[in-house]
Design a protein around this ligand. Sequence first.
Ligand code: HEC
Ligand code: HEC
Length: 281
Amino acid sequence: MKKFTKTLTCVIAASAFATVAVADEDAKLIINDELKIETNVAASADSPLDELFSGWVFRSNETQLMQMDDFDNPSFIFVEQAEEQFAKVDGTEGKACATCHEDVASFKGLRTVLPRHNASTGKLDTMATLINDCRTDRMGAEPWKFSKGKMTSMKALISLQSRGMPMNVAVDGGAAEAFEKGKELYYTRVGQLDMSCANCHEDNYGNMIRADHLSQGQTNGFPTYRLKNAKLNSIQGRFKGCMKNIRATPYKEGSDEFTALELYVASRGNGLIVESPSVRN
Ligand code: HEC
Ligand code: HEC
């Protein structure tokens, strides 16, 4: 970790991250030889970014290839586990998800609009809170822990139903307050390295940081199977890792802070295509 700190400090002192072109700009993401996913789309007029890139663009050829075929994408082991779980009776009410949600395909489109403001609770719903609400209130079952295997696998199965659709979270109306809070968090410098999300993912995407090729830190691919920890990773789990890397104390998963940040980051990617579940290093 000392080494990381040192590298970053000199890098910032020189006020330049190593500059390289966006990796293989011509690479095309086509999944299972049939689903073409646009990985570079125009940003909206009010976006702080000129154009939007999926994190897939910045990965090595090998990592990119793993996501191009569901047989090679290790996420699908977890998707299969979630399919079994979906049909499994759990809790005091003797119900399975499938008792009420006959076909998981009925969740098509849901991933593109989350997080979403809930007028009756006044809070943001995330996929995790929606799943747990069903478990506790409708099944009489224990809630699943955020970012643990059963939760991220179920999120992968539900998100997969929206693969190929553009992200489209709402940030107006009841969501406006959380959007502003998330934006503030995104631009606030924190940690011993005194850095903000924007310092890396807005000012330096396309550049190298240590051996890693910096992306825009978009969330359209989550949950993500990471080669580094060989499991599915949640959006807020990833935020946590980034905060730890700059020696900041991360917020808790499911906290208002991280959920607001999740909404804000998702809005920066409005228009990017859902790739879930993706593969990253
Ligand atoms: C007793 C019936 C019941 C069971 C069992 C149940 N749900 Fe639900 N679920 C509902 C109802 C009712 C809603 C709210 C109406 C809707 O959106 O379909 C809902 C909503 C949801 C939503 C949000 C959908 C949206 O469009 O906003 C998700 C995601 C979800 N359920 C997932 C699950 C999962 C995963 C399980 C199993 C762990 C499960 N549910 C078990 C009845 C159930
Ligand atoms: C010191 C630089 C740095 C900072 C600061 C930083 N990150 Fe990251 N982040 C990385 C690196 C390196 C990766 C892995 C390569 C990549 O996808 O950019 C990453 C990956 C991500 C990803 C995954 C992207 C994908 O396509 O899978 C997200 C999302 C993300 N960061 C969000 C954030 C947020 C939100 C913050 C602020 C709380 C933040 N990051 C702060 C360096 C940083």
